[in-house]
Design a protein around this ligand. Structure first.
Ligand SMILES: [Fe+2]
Length: 330
């Protein structure tokens, strides 16, 4: 137990060194008082009522993503004319704050975290490292009724991505094809503490339902998965760079989806979220996703990857996933 505590203490220092090197702290961020703790694996990281993230009371410097940035992409809007008209009148809210690489990348086959500013960090690849980002979605609704949102993007084949909402509430829309080529589209709502994993090779976009919403996420490349999707191409491979043209619109406490007729036909109405009970077995009660990143044994990470690969082979999310992973020890 004492060893665990010492490990946690050294990790606390290492994370601060990494954040300082990344100039997320130590670059005139200003002081923040109060705020609640964030479950990020080390003590002293907090968030205030405006979603400002602080380390030991020092405000972290995020990258800001505004409506202008979103309009510069091919994102599909519920009402692009309304958004563009307001933007033309000077409306340009910040939609979210992003901290890429918030925790240091972690080598999967050892417990080693590589801090920014070192050769090992510069060499870190997703094939053998886990990467950890933090995003803070601001509350708000765009003209046309869409909640403030991310841009949306396609993950890579073999890319495992797991999210944990730490504060607030988000809606994620996830689309793609199973290993045997069937199209799926589903919505998943996550509140504080909720963990969600998405299938490989999917498109996803996040909307804020209650903000500020702080979302931590891990991503890595799972070996032995390349080529699988290419072997079963769906029609959307011809529109690989295009977003799925379906989006959420909010009305009071409810939300609905709108979309282009073609994509509505291809993807259908968003379904209920798939089973992820195979994922839950990897987190002990009270353990955060950041804890997993910083402290999980290489064996546990390898088992997680095996299970994700297995679920995908079973055509998850359509056909569920395995429920009882064998030989997993916390
Ligand atoms: Fe992603």
């Amino acid at each position: 137990m004492e060893t665990m505590t010492a490990h946690r203490r050294s990790m606390t220092q290492l994370v601060r060194r990494h954040l300082r090197q990344r100039e997320i702290i130590g670059a005139a961020g200003g002081e923040v008082t109060g705020g609640g703790p964030l479950a990020l694996g080390v003590p002293g990281i907090t968030t205030g009522p405006g979603g400002e993230v602080a380390v030991d009371g020092e405000r972290c410097a995020p990258a800001y993503r505004s409506l202008s940035d979103l309009l510069g992409t091919d994102a599909y809007f519920a009402d692009v004319a309304a958004v563009t008209a307001r933007h033309g009148q000077g409306y340009d809210p910040v939609l979210y704050h992003a901290f890429r690489d918030f925790l240091p990348p972690r080598r999967k086959n050892s417990g080693r975290c590589v801090t920014a500013g070192t050769p090992a960090h510069d060499r870190a690849q997703s094939r053998d490292h886990l990467f950890a980002d933090l995003v803070v979605y601001q509350p708000g609704i765009l003209p046309g009724g869409e909640p403030f949102r991310s841009t949306g993007h396609w993950n890579l084949p073999g890319q495992l991505e797991i999210f944990q909402t730490l504060t607030g509430r988000v809606l994620m829309l996830v689309g793609g094809r199973t290993g045997d080529g069937r199209a799926f589209l589903y919505e998943q709502i996550c509140g504080p503490g909720d963990v969600m994993v998405v299938p490989f090779d999917i498109w996803h976009v996040t909307y804020v339902l209650d903000g500020p919403a702080v979302v931590f996420n891990l991503t890595t490349e799972v070996s032995g998965t390349h080529g699988r999707v290419d072997a079963h191409p769906g029609e959307e491979k011809y529109h690989r760079a295009s977003p799925i043209a379906i989006t959420a619109r909010r009305d009071e406490e409810r939300h609905e989806f709108v979309g282009s007729p073609e994509d509505w036909c291809t993807w259908g109405r968003p379904a209920e979220p798939p089973r992820t009970d195979w994922l839950r077995t990897f987190l002990a009660p009270g353990e955060s996703l950041a804890d997993l990143h910083l402290y999980a044994s290489p064996d546990r990470l390898a088992a997680l990857e095996r299970m994700a690969r297995h679920a995908y082979r079973l055509n998850w999310p359509y056909d569920g996933g395995p429920t009882k992973p064998a030989g997993i020890h916390h």
